[in-house]
Design a binder for this molecule. Sequence first.
Ligand SMILES: C/C(=C\CNc1ncnc2c1ncn2[C@@H]1O[C@H](COP(=O)(O)O)[C@@H](O)[C@H]1O)CO
Length: 242
Amino acid sequence: MELGKELVRRGIGLVYGGGSVGIMGVLSRAVQEGGGDVVGVIPEALTPIELSGPMVGTTIVVRTMHERKAKMASLADCFIALPGGYGTLEELMEMLTWSNLGFHSKPVGVLNVVNYYDPLLQMFDRMVTTGFLLQAQRDIIICESTPSGLIDQLLLRGGETARDGGQPPLPTRPILPSHGGESLGGGDNDGNNESKGTLTVPRHAEETGTLTVARHAEETGTLTVPRHAEETGCQYREDKAT
Ligand SMILES: C/C(=C\CNc1ncnc2c1ncn2[C@@H]1O[C@H](COP(=O)(O)O)[C@@H](O)[C@H]1O)CO
């Protein structure tokens, strides 16, 4: 597989989900056969050979899927999502979420083979236009159609992050009700646009704030952040009588 050859050519090792079925089997074998380092992390429930095939490279067996993801995330320097199903999407979303929350600062990329991920990327764009995601948050994800192009971009972003000190600033959240903004056709059925929505603003797991805003944020807004208000990066607007 081209990605495997490209990793080997650049001396980059592979951390993956263990086993040798499907695309992950093709990739892991390509790296191993090319002489590259391969580490597979697999939960014990998936180790039977009839489920996941023979293990490739060094295998780390963990207890749960959660442990597996945490282990893989800590071992890797960046993340690449290949075309896949629920499991792939779940892993991709978790790495994006953790990056967005500042739990890691490692680059996250998708290899958009034959435009497989176009609908998902369009959804991310829609999240920006409807106010649920800032452009800066959308920009966390790196998308390229070739292994070489993607690795170039990941290395570039990784280098930038390292120069920044390794911890990106947390982006400011869009101020919108959680049940949909105007552009999603939101608003009460009775036309009352003054009803309030609530946006939960988790910064770190132990520091969660709640942002309560009116539907027209530019008119009226109330920010309630119980702890570490100065660190949230949220915009505060004075209530004003209109
Ligand atoms: C069918 C079953 C297991 C298949 N074997 C697998 N072994 C190890 N890891 C797996 C296996 N299948 C999926 N994964 C993980 O999910 C991700 C991809 O999932 P997707 O849904 O195919 O996108 C992959 O990264 C692995 O982490 C059990 O009966």
